[in-house]
Design a protein around this ligand. Structure first.
Ligand code: GRF
Length: 220
């Protein structure tokens, strides 16, 4: 990776859904001079909402046929994606609601360069519908976590978290909305810090300074 310390790092976002976190990452980088710029949007779902962000913000956005598996890439397709991302000079990747498990081709192509946001305070409630898991467990708080992607499901190194309270009358839906509000602040903040540290060629990505413990989301 060639890094010019004067220009922001090139970020590709992979998402499968409506793209509210992708929007937050793009808007933050358009509103202030950050250490990353979103240069590519990729989705595995042909009609994903995230594609419309490309038109709105004039960012190349593509549907990428990931093969016939539902929860992972076909290995040869994942390798093709790596080639595509390298050709586009992508420095690092942010998963934003991307529903496929990342395997070796991408992990090896972007070692310690893939971030994800998860809607719980990991290591609690990994996996699907983490907000529903928190309600079902009777938890009094949850939150969101930005972490590095590794071979496991939501097991990679934690880069930052925001706590979100759970109220007695919360449903899974109201909690999810509150968690997403927190996500939209946390993800750009951590992504910028991550890019800044990469630009400054810090060897260690782990840094307790990343952690954001207080929730700045609106509490109804
Ligand atoms: C977010 O809640 C994120 O934590 C999870 O998937 C959801 C994606 O939502 N990984 P969006 O597409 O960014 O709105």
């Amino acid at each position: 990776m060639f890094v010019n310390q004067n220009s922001p790092l090139k970020l590709a976002i992979l998402g499968s859904g409506k793209g509210s976190n992708a929007r937050a990452l793009i808007e933050a980088s358009r509103q202030a001079q950050l250490h990353y710029e979103v240069v590519l949007l990729i989705t595995d779902i042909s009609n994903a909402g995230i594609l419309t962000l490309g038109e709105e913000f004039q960012i190349p956005s593509y549907y990428f046929n990931s093969g016939s598996f539902k929860t992972k890439f076909a290995p040869e397709r994942e390798q093709e994606l790596v080639t595509l991302l390298h050709k586009a000079n992508i420095d690092f990747i942010a998963l934003a609601g991307f529903m496929r498990v990342i395997k070796e081709p991408l992990l090896a192509g972007f070692p310690k360069r893939i971030l994800n946001i998860h809607p719980s305070l990991l290591p609690h409630f990994p996996g699907l519908k983490a907000w529903q898991q928190a309600i079902d467990a009777g938890a009094s708080e949850s939150g969101c976590t930005v972490h590095l992607v590794d071979h496991g499901i939501d097991t990679g190194e934690i880069l930052g978290q925001t706590r979100v309270p759970i109220f007695r009358n919360d449903t899974a839906e109201t909690l999810h909305v509150r968690i997403q509000e927190a996500e939209h602040s946390l993800y750009p903040h951590i992504t910028d810090t991550f890019a800044k540290n990469l630009l400054h060629k810090k060897e260690t990505i782990s840094n307790p300074n990343y952690t954001v413990e207080n929730s700045d989301c609106r509490i109804p």
